[in-house]
Design a protein around this ligand. Sequence first.
Ligand code: ATP
Ligand code: MG
Length: 338
Amino acid sequence: MINSTNSHTILTGDRPTGPLHLGHYVGSLRQRVTLQDRYPQYVLIADLQGLTDNGSNPQKISQNIFEVMADYLAVGIDPAKTTICLQSALPALAELTMLYMNIVTVARVERNPTVKAEIAQKGFSRSLPTGFLVYPISQAADITAFKADRVPVGDDQLPMLEQTNEIVHKMNSLLPNPVLVPCQAMLSSVSRLPGIDGNAKMSKSLGNTLTLSASEDDISKAVHAMYTDPNHLRVSDPGQVEGNVVFTYLDAFHPDQAQVAALKEHYQRGGLGDRQCKQELEACLQALLSPIRERRQQFSADKAALMDILQAGTEKAHEVTQQTLSEVKRGLGLPVMF
Ligand code: ATP
Ligand code: MG
């Protein structure tokens, strides 16, 4: 059993902007499956955050809530161990966001490098939604409402956690006793999986994903279209493994890393073709995704069961988050009426 000194509370989440992909799997989902056996873990479906850049397309978000749930269950997140909950059904998160917005300057939100990059990538310019600019504040509310101290995420989330901790310290300094708990990222060994197009990050918004629900054919096509070393023209040529997406994926997904090391050595020496490397990668992705796809089909066929899981998890999360909100309000001297 874990004693209180080495116990942690885990919170992570995903925007329901589309089915989850291999980047989520290696960046966060894989860790969650291990962590749920050791610690209390909450997984938040961040539908409100999904709306911050999909305000005119709410159906996209609502339709994907159950897709994301089916992905969770298919990879092995167990609702008996992990509390799965829905952001929009937890009013304490919105209220904490309102309280935190008053202690974060506009200059600070504009400086967040992930948000800056996303604003440029989405081409918002003057049409930037206010909600999008402040989503890191809402994310701070999500993490702190659960008093989570460990957050398994990809490296794009590091600026969010830094900003969360600033809010924690500022808010705690305003309260007679500290209420909020600082958090730390738990980065996986693959904290940023590139897209199948070689772009720096696999991301739903960039359309360069291989989803956990991809068909056998999708997997095969994606692997065979992958970017390799453009100078590796003949099989006999020495090839480069750095920046070669096929090798990045072999590093991330192949169960036998000694075999990957041997493949790399052979590729660099010359005499190993791209086609053979891709066949090796395809075989390991098919083996990984085929059981996930099957389980996913079973789970998504029973929407009522998914709804029950979400309802139960959200009820539990409601209690925890209301408690934190009450503590913050009391500390600020605001009457707590409910
Ligand atoms: P969107 O494009 O809508 O923002 P996304 O693909 O970036 O979607 P999110 O829901 O924003 O996915 O991310 C959920 C979690 O998965 C975060 O912890 C994020 O760091 C992690 N993650 C997403 N993409 C990757 C990736 N390519 N490599 C590693 N981790 C990732
Ligand atoms: Mg994202």
